[in-house]
Design a protein around this ligand. Structure first.
Ligand SMILES: O=C(O)CCC(=O)C(=O)O
Ligand SMILES: [Fe+2]
Length: 340
C-alpha cells in the first residue's frame, strides 16, 4: 500500500501541462476493481439518472469515500509538480457503451457551464469493465500536437470546454457550445493528430479537463469510471450560467434537476455567485437537501424561467432567437402531424 502511494506521488505528471494527459498502468488492483464492479451492478438496479443529455451511472457515496484518499494522492502529486491547481474532488460517474452510447469529439460541456474552468481540472478515467484492450478506449488529442499544427486554435481552446468537432473530408469544424456558433476550423481531420491509449481494466488515463476526446467505439461492452477533481477556487456565477447559445440552453433543459437547484439557491439568497468550496458550498448542500421534488419546475416552466433570466440580463437578441427557435420547431412538428 505504502509503495503504491509513493509511486502515485513520485510519478512524473509534467506531461499534463504540455500534452494534457498521463497514463498510470495498473492504478487499481484487482481487489479494488471488484469493489467498483459491485458498485456498478448495485447502481444499475436504481433506475435512470435525471440527466437526459446522456446516460451516466452514479457512483455510490460509500465507494467514493473508500477511494477518496487514493484519488487525492494523484491530485497532490499533480499540484506538487505542475501549475495545475486541482484540489477539490467533486464526484464521479460511470460511462458505459451499453446501448451503443458513444461520444464524438468534444470538450466536456456541463462541468464547463458550471465553473468555466477546465485547466485546473482533472478527469481520472479508469476502465472498470474492459473486455478488449484494443477496443472502446478513449481517443484524445494531445495538446502538444495541436499546438504544433494549429497554434491559434490551441490558444482558443486552452482552459475551455463545451466544444464539439465535426470531421469532414480534410477539415474539422469546431462548434462553440458555450456561446453558440462556430469557434473555428482546422484544415485537416482532427483524427490526424489524435492518439488512442490502449487501456486495460484498472489503468488510469489522467486527462486535464480541456483535453479534446471521444469514445473510440462502442463495439464492446465497456464501463469506465470518471472521477473529477477541480479547483477549490472555482465559483458558480449566475450571469455565466444564464448567458449562452441554443445547445447550452437545451442541455440545461435536459438536466433540469441539476441547474434548477442552483438557480433556486442563488435566487433565495439574492446572490450573483457562490464558491464551490468552504462555507458557501456547505450552505448550498444544506439548501439542496431541503429543496424537495415538489418545488421542481416543469420543463416548460424552466424554459420560461431561463428566457426571463436572459431578458433580465439584457440578452434580448439571444433570448429572442432561442424563443423563436423553439416556437418554430414546435410549429413544424404540429404541421407535420397534420399532414401525416
Ligand atoms: O467513456 C467514454 O467513452 C466517454 C467519456 C467522456 O466523455 C468523459 O469522461 O468525459
Ligand atoms: Fe467527455
Amino acid at each position: 500500500m505504502l509503495a503504491n502511494r509513493l509511486s502515485i506521488l513520485s510519478r512524473d505528471y509534467k506531461d499534463l501541462e504540455s500534452k494534457g494527459y498521463v497514463i498510470i498502468p495498473s492504478f487499481l488492483s484487482s481487489e479494488e476493481l471488484e469493489i467498483f464492479r459491485k458498485d456498478i451492478s448495485a447502481q444499475a438496479c436504481q433506475g435512470a439518472t435525471q440527466n437526459q443529455n446522456y446516460r451516466l451511472g452514479a457512483i455510490s457515496q460509500e465507494t467514493l469515500d473508500k477511494f477518496t484518499s487514493k484519488f487525492n494522492e494523484v491530485s497532490n502529486g499533480v499540484r506538487s509538480q505542475t501549475n495545475i491547481q486541482a484540489d477539490l474532488l467533486i464526484g464521479g460517474a460511470y460511462f458505459s457503451t451499453e446501448g451503443n452510447q458513444s461520444f464524438r469529439w468534444h470538450q466536456d460541456h456541463e462541468s464547463y457551464y458550471l465553473t468555466q474552468n477546465h485547466y485546473h481540472y482533472l478527469n481520472l478515467y479508469m476502465p472498470i469493465i474492459k473486455p478488449d484492450v484494443d477496443k472502446s478506449n478513449l481517443c484524445i488529442v494531445p495538446f502538444d500536437r495541436l499546438l504544433a499544427r494549429s497554434p491559434k486554435i490551441y490558444k482558443q481552446i486552452l482552459n475551455r470546454g463545451a466544444t464539439r468537432y465535426r470531421v469532414e473530408k480534410h477539415k474539422t469544424i469546431i462548434y462553440n457550445d458555450n456561446d453558440g456558433g462556430k469557434l473555428g476550423t482546422l484544415d485537416y481531420s482532427i483524427e490526424d493528430i489524435a492518439k488512442t491509449p490502449y487501456l486495460n481494466a484498472g489503468d488510469l488515463l489522467l486527462i486535464r479537463g480541456d483535453v479534446i476526446h471521444r469514445t473510440q467505439d462502442a463495439d464492446t461492452l465497456r464501463t469506465a469510471l470518471s472521477i473529477r477533481i477541480t479547483s477549490s477556487e472555482d465559483k458558480i456565477v449566475k450571469a455565466k450560467l444564464v448567458q449562452g447559445g441554443l445547445r447550452k440552453f437545451n442541455m440545461m433543459l435536459n438536466n433540469i434537476a441539476n441547474y434548477q437547484v442552483i438557480f433556486a439557491y442563488l435566487d433565495h439568497h439574492k446572490l450573483r455567485q457562490f464558491n464551490i468550496n468552504g462555507k458557501d458550498a456547505k450552505q448550498f448542500i444544506e439548501f439542496s437537501k431541503t429543496f424537495s421534488q415538489e418545488q421542481w419546475m416543469t420543463k416548460r416552466q424552466f424554459f420560461r424561467y431561463l428566457i426571463w433570466q436572459k431578458i433580465k440580463a439584457r440578452l434580448f437578441i439571444n433570448a429572442g432567437f432561442i424563443a423563436l427557435y423553439y416556437l418554430a420547431s414546435k410549429l413544424k412538428s404540429r404541421l407535420l402531424k397534420l399532414f401525416r
